[in-house]
Design a protein around this ligand. Sequence first.
Ligand code: R5P
Length: 258
Amino acid sequence: MNWGMKNRLSRIIKLRSGRCVMLAVDHGYFQGPTTGLSNLGETVEPLLPYADALMITRGAVRNWIKPDAQIPIILRVSGGQSVLKELSNEIITTNIEDAIRINASAITCSVYIGGEYERETIGNLSKLVDEGEKYGIPVLAVTAVGKEMERDARYLGLASRICVEIGAHMVKTYYTRDFRKVVEACGNVPVVIAGGKKLPEKEALEMTTNAVSDGATGVDMGRNIFQSDNPVGMIQAVRAIVHEGKSVDEAYEIYEQG
Ligand code: R5P
């Protein structure tokens, strides 16, 4: 791995704990103004001090994030579909030069294994890895799940391993039973979990604890943070589990007090 790639990765995955808390706010690229992100800037600003990186599109970053923000950007560079259509029909929407202009610490796209456009989305990842390797920018592959896909370890392991084989430098997937098998399938490539749909806070914290104890490097969490009734408390609680190994009960207290 070249110096630039290592340097960018180290901005996201913290050396001290070897873990990371990514805040995902890229939902609008196919969901429009998702609950909690209509005024993205207002939602995100108080959360930035507690996030290690922000997953976001170029349009959102330019509209709602101040250029002097010190947060590493994981730039969502795929899109082209909406919730109204076939989800796997993605293209690359942002070229590498624009990612460099934004000073992205990583770039990301979704891969729809089992989806109608599986091959094309693997092709998107492959293209990003080629460009990322050329310019020293790591690629986060998101194992997106089509409407009929079962989110079990067998399927997520298949999807995650394919992303690793294509050359992804980090993989984002969902937590599931036997999650260790998914992590194992990824070898040395760091795996982070998405939060998925909003859960009661305690359940989201339990999921975070289980994921890191099963080998996840951390989270790339969105709705379970910004749709919480206490988003700042929630991200602090997630952070306490990921970086400090706090228990669910300790983290829940942080959520309530934060
Ligand atoms: C989905 O493809 C987007 O990348 C979201 O950022 C992702 O689902 C993570 O957010 P959440 O924790 O809300 O699932």
